[in-house]
Design a protein around this ligand. Structure first.
Ligand code: NAI
Ligand code: MG
Length: 372
């Protein structure tokens, strides 16, 4: 019995998670997978009533779960950033979900490429380091000297600026940090993940020809891990990778990418596979509580109208099942999604006429029919 936290959140998050749960319930009917789901009332409605975002009490309860199934967060009644930072980013940080997993699969005919070659790229984006640590500042005549604050420790860095600039100018900077510990656990997960998929290679994306320090150390540690696992390591520069994703996506399997480049490449990937409504993601801590969610937001423009495509949420449920040790059941959801696409049982964004709940029911029905 798996103990799941169900966090629908705001807007269409509520609708797509309801559909996703219909599908998970169907899975329990036909397999050994079973779960109890505890519903968490985290989101804008509660925030507007009580001022609470993600509370200590929420965190204590969530800690006891095997995984979190998350909808989306964000509401037009609340200032942008409050819900996103106070709930989603906090959740990822509190549970140290250092891997962001984003599969990019060729969902024909939604793929906008001319060549119809199937692909299945699995992006693993490092989620805690690199240029997204908020480590930056300003200095110069207007600001004076700068002290750099990193997490809770205070470092003062002497920065030797190798630019041809007016010394009396104002500067702003943002620093990317990678730690040996952070890279090592990232690399370890990447090779394990590729191995579990039956692959013999990991592709590491970086810009080691320009950012030689951070990505040089990253290459060194990934190479050590490759040797340890007896697997191949392929290096790709991020600019070349952006092109390769368009011209030869079928040549990639497991792709490890640092935080900033991963943010960009995975959005390219989302469009490549057929748009926001088709993207699921996992925020993973291999030794803690992971969270699975569609990549789209709360879509206030269509919320409450039954127009939301639940497939991304179903694909997030697929990832949850696979992560929790039920890969065959996960694959069944993948096949079920293929089935509703092939039979046109889809929401208007994909050209269909069905409502969110109806698509969920169609997927659940396919699953129930797999009972042997
Ligand atoms: P969004 O992803 O919510 O919507 C973008 C566009 O795609 C909208 O036109 C929407 O109607 C459409 N769309 C999204 N998901 C869809 C689905 N399942 N089916 C059919 N159409 C779909 O992004 P937007 O509009 O930038 O943000 C809305 C709110 O969501 C904001 O508050 C934002 O901060 C938040 N957000 C939350 C995320 C999360 O919880 N992980 C991720 C992205 C945004
Ligand atoms: Mg992004």
């Amino acid at each position: 019995m798996k103990h799941l936290a169900i966090v629908p959140g705001d807007g269409i998050g509520k609708e797509v998670i309801a559909a996703g749960m219909d599908v998970l319930d169907a899975v329990t009917e036909i397999s050994t997978f079973d779960y109890d789901g505890e519903l968490f009332d985290i989101g804008a409605d509660r925030y507007l009533k009580t001022g609470e975002l993600l509370t200590d009490e929420d965190i204590e309860s969530l800690k006891k779960k095997d995984a979190i199934y998350f909808g989306a967060i964000g509401d037009p009644r609340v200032k942008p950033g409050i819900m996103e930072q106070g709930v989603l980013l906090k959740m990822r940080a509190v549970f140290d979900q250092y891997i962001n997993l984003r599969p990019v699969t060729s969902w024909f005919p939604l793929v906008p490429l001319k060549r119809e070659v199937p692909f299945d790229m699995h992006f693993l984006r490092e989620n805690t380091e690199d240029f997204y640590m908020g480590a930056g500042g300003e200095f110069g005549p207007s600001n004076g000297d700068c002290k750099l604050k990193v997490k809770r420790e205070l470092y003062t860095l002497d920065i030797d600026l190798n630019v041809d600039a007016e010394p009396k100018d104002d500067f702003a900077f943002e620093i990317g940090f990678l730690s040996r510990k952070g890279i090592t656990r990232f690399a370890d997960y990447a090779f394990k993940y590729a191995q579990a998929r039956g692959e013999d290679k990991v592709t590491l994306v970086d810009k080691a020809n320009v950012c030689t320090h951070v990505y040089g150390m990253q290459r060194e540690i990934f190479q050590q891990k490759a040797d340890e696992y007896g697997m191949k390591l392929e290096f790709m520069f991020v600019d070349a990778m952006a092109m390769a994703m368009i011209v030869r996506p079928e040549t990639f399997g497991t792709i490890a990418v640092p935080n900033l480049f991963g943010d960009i490449l995975t959005d390219l990937g989302a469009q490549l596979q057929g748009g926001l409504g088709m993207g699921g993601s996992g925020n993973i801590n291999p030794h803690g509580v992971s969270m699975f969610e569609p990549i789209h937001g709360s879509a206030p423009d269509i919320a409450g109208q039954g127009k939301a495509n639940p497939i991304a949420a179903v694909l997030a449920a697929q990832m949850l099942l696979t992560n929790q040790g039920y890969p065959e059941e996960g694959q069944m959801l993948h096949d079920a999604v293929r089935h509703v696409l092939d039979t046109g049982k889809t929401t208007p964004d994909l050209g269909g006429k069905l409502k969110t709940a109806e698509v969920g029911k169609a997927i659940a029905e396919y699953v129930l029919n797999q009972k042997r």
